[in-house]
Design a protein around this ligand. Structure first.
Ligand code: NOJ
Length: 451
């Protein structure tokens, strides 16, 4: 196994003056105020009401109360010297039923957040879809209904016209493979649908929506920087056996290639994972030409690597992941292996696509058990994690890989979807009883690094 022996200390200067540094969040995970000021239900609001879906049966209805405390949290971003803040727009806050009527209070709220950022010299980066489909649209089939492409582009039009005079950086969608896989195949995320008959149409409509969303934004905002983000994990076979190598290739196709390749104009990777051919049933004549869009940037989000084994009994893919906890390797609270080289290999992998113009690492970070002692939270494991991942980013950059920015996931501890509040990913600790914030050692480290 490779070891991480590249221990050169990282400093901001080594990345160059143009490198973008930031922190990422998402509406459901921080805002709370799930029914405030005319907001409609999202699929997560409904999912969280069902018993047994979220660890500890908690919900995100208050979360970090960012909706009411945004000034305080943006002040903290400023205090930590973080120049760029990525956050997402809640579709059902802006359009309570997902289509038709606009909720002016929702627009006003995001305008206040954007204006506050700009007043402090913090650049806002907007994600348009971070997994919270309006529930009314889910009742009509959600991402399995082809109409969603029109609903989504209408929503994008509303946002572009409302915020585009001040927001320069846009991301159409966040991690399609995760929300379609967890939400429409395994049913462990909202809306809790399962099986191929939901997953495959969702994949196709999401892919078409990513491209249509990019086009809609560019038409309205020709000077904006427009991207979209993908989750990616470095995949390795468990051994050199041909069966394990082939299994690893299928998993790589599903996790790392399925969504990005059509966007880049390469079509779906049907040949390397035959079950995906089922998508063809949902394709209309001419769809092949509607899958691509020349994004200004691709956002890569990486946390770990996966080790893959052939598995006769796993339907459709005949492959399974060898859990990190069974491999005697360091893991995070999520059970994900800490393996900094992952980000290095993935930068090289995506740099092999000549169609990608620019890469930002739009999420990178880790959940560890943080111990609060009085008013201090020391999290040396997160500091080491961030330093080691950054060393690998620098190594790839120095070898000529395109990489133009790095955003830590995440600002404050928050609602980690089906895992509730148990995993703490923040560089700022949140006491969820009192909403008190405590800057962790990692937050202080980032502030020093950026100063
Ligand atoms: C990726 C997702 O975009 C984000 O919402 C999530 O909290 C992190 N990964 C950590 O799991």
């Amino acid at each position: 196994m490779e070891s991480n022996n590249n221990k050169t200390p990282v400093s901001k200067a080594l990345f160059g003056d143009d490198f973008i540094w930031g922190v990422s969040t998402a509406a459901v995970q921080i805002e709370g105020a799930h029914d405030a000021d005319g907001k409609g239900d999202s699929i997560w609001d409904v999912f969280a009401r069902k018993k047994g879906k979220i660890r500890g049966n908690v919900h995100h209805y208050t979360a970090c109360n960012f909706y009411n405390q945004y000034q305080n949290d943006i002040d903290l971003i400023k205090q930590l010297n973080i120049p760029n803040f990525r956050f997402s727009i809640s579709w059902s806050r802006v359009m309570p039923n997902g289509t038709g009527a606009i909720n002016q209070a929702g627009i006003d709220y995001y305008n206040k957040v954007i204006d506050y950022c700009l007043a402090l010299g913090v650049e806002p980066w907007l994600t348009l879809y971070h997994w919270d489909l309006p529930h009314t649209l889910e009742l009509k089939g959600g991402w399995t209904n082809r109409e969603v492409i029109n609903w989504f582009t209408d929503f994008i039009g509303v946002c572009a016209r409302a915020f585009g005079d001040r927001v320069k950086h846009w991301m159409v969608m966040n991690e399609p493979s995760v929300f379609t896989g967890a939400g429409y195949f395994f049913g462990i995320h909202a809306p809790g649908k399962t099986g191929l008959s939901n997953f495959l149409p969702a994949v196709h409509h999401v892919t078409l929506s990513v491209a249509a969303g990019g086009k809609a934004l560019r038409e309205i905002l020709p000077n904006a920087e427009i991207g979209t983000t993908f989750s990616c994990s470095y995949i390795e076979p468990y051994s050199d056996s041909p069966r394990n190598i082939a299994a690893a290739k299928r998993v790589d196709t599903l996790l790392n290639r399925l969504f990005i390749e059509p966007v880049l104009g390469l079509g779906y990777p049907f040949a390397d994972l035959p079950v995906l051919k089922g998508i063809k049933k949902y394709m209309l004549p001419g769809d092949e030409n509607k899958l691509a869009f020349d994004f200004d940037f691709i956002g890569l989000q990486n946390y770990t690597r996966e080790i893959v084994k052939y598995s006769f009994f796993t339907p459709y893919i005949q492959a399974s992941l060898v859990k990190a906890e069974n491999r005697n390797v360091p893991v995070t609270t999520m059970g994900w292996e800490v393996w900094p080289q992952s980000i290095y290999h993935l930068l090289h992998k995506y740099n092999q696509y000549p169609q990608i113009k620019k890469v930002y690492l739009t999420e990178s970070g880790a959940a560890f058990p943080d111990n609060r002692e009085g008013d201090a939270v020391d999290d040396p494991m997160r500091v080491t994690y961030l330093q080691e991942y950054l060393q690998q980013v620098l190594k790839a950059k120095n070898e000529g890989c395109k990489v133009s920015g790095y955003f830590i996931w995440t600002l404050t501890d928050n609602f980690e979807w089906a895992e509730g509040y148990h995993p703490r990913f923040g560089i700022i600790y949140v006491d969820f009883e009192t909403q008190q914030r405590i800057v962790k050692s990692s937050g202080k480290w980032y502030a020093d690094f950026l100063s």
